[in-house]
Design a binder for this molecule. Structure first.
Ligand code: CP
Length: 320
C-alpha cells in the first residue's frame, strides 16, 4: 500500500499510480464504515481548506464542506464572483495568499481551455496541496467515487463490461471531464470499456490513445461505438450522460437529431440482467434518462452520490 501521500496535489488521477489510487479506495471504504457506525475521524483537526467555485455545485461543494467538518477541520466556501479574481487577480496571487492562510486549496473551474490551466497555475504557487473539484479536462473526485461504487457493487473489475454513453440533454452543456476521467481510469482496472457517442462528440485524440494503452497494459479493452444499442448490449455497468463537444465543431451540430440517445427501459433490457445504471448527477430527467430507469432497480445513483462524501474525505485525509 502506497501511503506517503501528504502534500500531494489531486488535480488528475493520471498523476496517481494505481497503488496510490488503491490506497484512496481503501481509506474511502474505511471512512464509509466509520461514518456508518458513528466513529469520529478527527484527522484534520484545526485545519482550514478553501473551496473556490467558478460554477454551481451540489454534490462537490457539500461533500467537501461536510467532509472537512467531519474530519475536524473547517471549509471556507468561496464563490469566485465575490472574489478579486472577478476583477482579474491572477492565479499566482490567489494561490500564494490563500495557501498561506490554511492547509488546502480546492477549485472548480470548467471553462474550456481555462480551468485546468488556472488550477495548475495555482498549484505552482500554492504552499499547500491543491484539489481539482472539476475542470475542463478532469473530474478526479467523481472518477474515484465511480470506481469506488463499481468496486462496492460489482467487486471484480476484470472484464467488467462498462459502457460510457453520450446522452441527449437540454439542461446545460456539460463538460467532457466526467467521461474523459472515467475512460482513462476504468481502463487501468482491466475493465472492458466502450465509449459510445454520435459522431461530433469525440474525445481528444490523446485521450483515446491513452485509454487504449491503459487497456493494453491492464489486459482490459477499450473500444469506440457510434451505436447506442451496441453499447447497452450485455453491459454490466452503463453510464449514459451528456457531454458537450470540446471543439468548435459541435457549434454547428443540431443536437436534437440525437434525442434517441436516451437511457430507456428498452435500452436497459439489452444489458446484463444485473446491470447497474450510474450517473454523476445532476441528470436531465426525461432527456438523458427515463424516470423509470433512474428511479428503478438498476439505478445506483444515490449510492454513487453518497460515496462522494467518503472519497472526498479520503483525498483530504491522505493529502493534507
Ligand atoms: N457530480 C457533480 O460533480 O455534482 P455537482 O455538480 O453537484 O457538484
Amino acid at each position: 500500500m502506497k501511503t506517503k501521500l501528504k502534500g500531494r496535489d489531486f488535480i488528475t488521477l493520471r498523476d496517481w499510480s494505481k497503488e496510490e489510487i488503491d490506497t484512496l479506495l481503501d481509506v474511502s471504504f474505511d471512512l464509509k464504515r466509520k461514518f456508518a457506525i458513528g466513529d469520529f475521524t478527527p484527522y484534520l483537526q484545526y485545519k482550514t481548506i478553501f473551496l473556490m467555485f467558478f460554477e454551481q455545485s451540489t454534490r462537490t461543494r457539500n461533500s467537501m464542506e461536510a467532509g472537512v467538518f467531519q474530519l475536524g477541520g473547517h471549509a471556507n466556501f468561496l464563490d469566485t464572483s465575490t472574489m478579486q479574481v472577478s476583477h482579474g487577480e491572477v492565479a499566482k496571487d490567489t494561490g500564494t495568499i490563500l495557501s498561506s492562510f490554511g492547509h488546502g486549496l480546492a477549485c472548480r473551474y470548467c471553462d474550456w481551455g481555462k480551468g485546468n490551466k488556472y488550477i495548475n497555475e495555482m498549484a505552482k504557487y500554492s504552499s499547500t496541496p491543491v484539489m481539482n473539484l472539476q475542470c475542463d479536462l478532469y473530474h478526479p473526485m467523481q472518477g474515484i467515487t465511480d470506481l469506488m461504487t463499481i468496486k462496492e457493487l460489482k467487486k471484480e473489475t476484470k472484464h467488467l463490461k462498462v459502457s460510457i454513453i453520450w446522452a441527449y440533454a437540454e439542461s446545460h452543456k456539460k463538460p467532457i471531464s466526467v467521461p474523459l476521467t472515467q475512460a482513462l481510469l476504468f481502463t487501468r482496472y482491466s475493465m472492458d470499456v466502450t465509449l459510445a457517442y454520435p459522431k461530433g462528440f469525440e474525445m481528444p485524440d490523446w485521450v483515446i490513445e491513452e485509454a487504449r494503452k491503459n487497456a493494453d497494459d491492464s489486459n482490459g479493452s477499450f473500444k469506440i461505438s457510434h451505436n447506442i444499442e451496441e453499447a447497452f448490449t450485455d453491459a454490466d455497468v452503463v453510464i449514459p450522460k451528456n457531454w458537450g463537444s470540446w471543439s468548435s465543431k459541435e457549434e454547428n451540430v443540431d443536437i436534437t437529431k440525437f434525442k434517441d440517445w436516451k437511457c430507456t427501459e428498452k435500452m436497459m433490457a439489452l444489458a446484463d440482467e444485473d446491470v447497474i445504471y450510474m450517473h454523476a448527477l445532476p441528470a436531465d430527467r426525461g432527456n438523458e434518462v427515463e424516470d423509470s430507469v433512474i428511479d428503478g432497480k438498476a439505478s445506483v445513483v444515490y449510492t454513487e452520490a453518497e460515496n462522494r462524501l467518503h472519497t472526498a474525505k479520503a483525498v483530504m485525509a491522505l493529502t493534507l
